[in-house]
Write a protein that binds this ligand. Structure first.
Ligand code: FHN
Length: 487
């Protein structure tokens, strides 16, 4: 089923996205109709906010190689590729430093819960090929090397906090001796351009391994809510690269309700237009996956009716680095969450735990700040649909269809100097409330095509004050108010 983002007039149509669905997910292997798909996607669409966790052998190296910082920007989960180390050299240095403490995942799950995350996604295997579960088809895994099943420990901690959970699983593999890295000029590999050190390789043998490990992850840990594949290139994707459709079918056979991203592919119908991390396209055919995955970029316009999730780092690296201090402000993080929700998308915000699983003070502070904002304003994010406005000069908006009425949430970033907030709509307003100052009176008047709210002189929340408007019916949006052209 192909869905393409359309900027429909008023986009109130996108509110239909949350019309309660009574269907159930289709049985494994059966063709899924739109109502069944909506039922399967519902929790994810309502969740809006998840925690991403990049943790593995690279976490112990922490951006340092042979005593020197590899850099202070960019993904240090790529350190093996950045120093061009073969897998034996990399493992010899990294394994002794990777020392998961008992109960490591409990801190992550508690912080995710406190922050208002509804799901948590952990790297079961990143590009370096080291699996965090106890794998029967590999000796480069936590079971063989640490005598631990770190995925089991993660799953138990996530469930104890009532979080939905998922696995990020890299199809790229810098360890496996049958992975034919020469088949792609675009995908990274530490030995790229060099002959295979072990002679001729058989990619089909690697795919048998890849499929077997994926099967272990969806067979041995109970319900898995998300499988976050990563990643393909334009010259190496889908069936040719991964036997992708078999892989997805095998996963769905074990986990019929699972939600999968679009990264087994890299073509326009799968929501991609380039190799850039902003190379997403505004369309996806669900046979390629359930959602589009903009990375470190928020789509400039809305994507009404389209499922997408923006994944972002807290600083500039996914895996832990001792040298990356470019932490984003609480304002940036919270406004990103609001901006993404106002476009109908999910925010997957990353943490990069240290080798023992512990978190940096900056990580804890950031997620707690988001949690404090969500404790007051979460209803303006969860279970909402994209903003019905083409543009709001002072902030963002989300919406929810409530019976015959509509609830609008206005997220004010730039508080009006004179206390008068102009909203480009005419509406029959039944109630208005500041979520951060519920006892404050807000006078409402109409001025031509606009609704005018008389607000207190100071913003109750400097980052984003949320105004809840309960409307008796759908608003009449002034569609002439558009984003100013870029200068
Ligand atoms: O190469 C990976 C990268 O290390 C990280 O895991 C991100 C997260 O979305 N995905 C790939 C780059 O797009």
């Amino acid at each position: 089923m192909k869905t393409t983002a359309r900027f429909t007039a008023g986009t109130v149509a996108c509110l239909l996205l949350f019309v309660s669905v009574s269907a159930r997910p289709a049985a494994a292997g059966a063709a899924e109709n739109p109502a069944e798909r909506d039922a399967r996607m519902r929790w994810w669409r309502e969740a809006r906010f998840g925690m991403f966790v990049h943790w593995g052998l690279y976490s112990g190296l922490a951006g340092t190689w042979e005593g020197k910082p590899v850099g202070d920007k960019g993904g240090m989960e790529w350190i093996q590729q950045r120093v061009k180390a073969d897998t034996g050299t990399y493992a010899k240095k990294a394994i002794p430093l990777f020392k998961p403490a008992p109960g490591f995942a409990k801190e992550w799950a508690k912080l995710a819960k406190q922050a208002g995350c509804k799901y948590i996604v952990l790297t079961s295997k990143h590009h370096d090929g080291f699996a965090l579960h106890d794998s029967k088809v590999s000796d480069y895994d936590a079971g063989s090397v640490l005598n631990r099943d770190l995925i089991r420990e993660f799953v138990d901690a996530a469930r104890a906090e009532g979080l939905r959970l998922g696995f990020y699983h890299s199809v790229i593999d810098w360890h496996h001796d049958q992975y034919e890295y020469a088949l792609s000029k675009q995908l990274p590999h530490p030995l790229k351009g060099k002959p295979y050190p072990n002679g001729k390789r058989d990619h089909a043998a690697y795919l048998k391994f890849l499929h077997a490990q994926a099967d272990e992850l969806v067979s041995n840990y109970g319900p898995v809510d998300v499988l976050w594949w990563d990643y393909s290139s334009q010259d190496f994707e889908g069936d040719a690269a991964w036997r992708a459709f078999d892989l997805m079918a095998a996963v769905r056979a074990k986990q019929p309700a699972i939600i999968m991203n679009n990264r087994l592919f890299r073509n326009p119908a799968a929501g991609w237009k380039s190799m850039g991390t902003d190379g997403f396209a505004l369309s996806i055919d669900s046979k390629y996956g359930d959602f589009i995955t903009p990375e470190q970029h928020i789509p400039a316009t809305g994507m009404p009716g389209l499922d997408f999730e923006v994944c972002m780092t807290l600083n500039t690296t996914w895996g832990y680095s001792a040298h990356d201090h470019a932490w984003k402000s609480d304002e940036t993080l919270i406004r990103n969450l609001v901006d993404i929700a106002s476009k109908g998308g999910n925010y997957l915000l990353n943490i990069g735990p240290k080798a023992d699983g512990s978190l940096t003070p900056e990580t804890v502070k950031a997620f707690r700040a988001i949690g404090a904002w969500m404790a007051v304003n979460g209803e303006s994010i969860y279970e909402t649909a994209a903003s019905p406005f083409p543009y709001l000069p002072w902030g963002r908006s989300t919406a929810r269809k409530d019976g015959s009425g509509v609830t609008l949430y206005l997220h004010v970033f730039d508080w009006p100097a004179g206390g008068e907030l102009k909203v480009p709509m005419k509406a029959d307003i039944a109630g208005v409330r500041l979520l951060a100052a519920p006892d404050t009176k807000v006078a409402v008047t109409a001025d031509g095509k606009h609704t005018v709210l008389r607000l207190p002189a100071a913003a109750p929340d400097k980052i984003a004050t949320v105004i809840k408007l309960v409307l008796k019916s759908a608003p009449k949006i002034d569609m002439s108010v558009k984003q100013p052209a870029a200068k």
